[in-house]
Design a protein around this ligand. Structure first.
Ligand code: BG6
Ligand code: MG
Length: 218
């Protein structure tokens, strides 16, 4: 029985996955570091500092702790600037309809995001009210693929992991959900991940409420 759905935010509900890429790309270009969309795949779902470490693998020299902090801070300033400019068109196709239908079904809803900016994005886009709880990068020590953020979300919902389904666009997030003992719908960049329970292009091409009704009847 699925009683709760835990949504990743960036790239599942909103287009901010692209803002993360653009902000890192600007920082990397300024520093003359190689960085492209292929490397960016590995950044999906992982924390800010871990993302930076992945980019620095190709940087050609070792960066001190102070330099790393400054680079991450600069990227975040670019990112925060971008999210200040976001409007409702940043909400991905099918997202609102899915949230509304699941609420009508009485399914509990949570956010499980590695991002420290998740609460600001939810407020800015008017999404906060859909969720019973938010677990985000401010509340965890280990980001995806560790299961912590999803276990925290389930705990805050008062549900067992086995009664939760995660929606993810990151391979690291699919892995985190599996390690948490949850079922997982892989969308976007994670579509095709063999560890996922079910796959779809996006929430716009998949009727999650019909799927859950079917699963819960079975
Ligand atoms: C995740 C993104 O949701 O949040 C990652 O997929 C990002 O790309 C991570 O690095 C951390 O985000 P923030 O906003 O705390 O830097
Ligand atoms: Mg994501």
């Amino acid at each position: 029985m699925i009683e709760g759905v835990i949504f990743d935010l960036d790239g599942v509900l909103v287009t901010t996955d692209d803002c993360h890429y653009e902000a890192w790309k600007r920082m990397a270009d300024e520093e003359g570091m190689p960085f492209d969309r292929e490397v960016n795949r590995r950044l999906r779902g992982v924390s800010r500092m871990e993302s930076l470490d992945i980019i620095l693998e190709n940087a050609g020299r070792v960066y001190s702790g102070e330099e790393r902090t400054a680079l991450a801070k600069r990227k975040n300033a670019y990112y925060v600037d971008m999210i200040h400019g976001l409007g409702k068109d940043a909400i991905l196709s099918g997202a609102l309809e899915t949230l509304e239908k699941l609420r009508r079904l009485g399914i509990k809803l949570a956010i499980g995001s590695s991002s420290k900016n998740a609460p600001a994005i939810l407020d800015r886009l008017g999404l906060a009210g859909y969720f019973d709880t938010v677990a985000d990068g401010n509340q965890i020590h280990r980001s995806k693929p560790d299961p912590d953020v999803f276990l925290l979300a389930a705990n805050k919902l008062g549900l067992q992991p086995a009664n939760c389904l995660v929606v993810e666009d990151a391979d690291a997030g699919v892995e985190a959900a599996v390690r948490a003992g949850m079922r997982v719908l892989a969308v976007g960049a994670a579509k095709g991940n063999p560890r996922a329970t079910v796959q779809a292009e996006s929430l716009g091409t998949f009727d999650l409420s019909a799927y859950l009704s079917g699963e819960n009847r079975a």
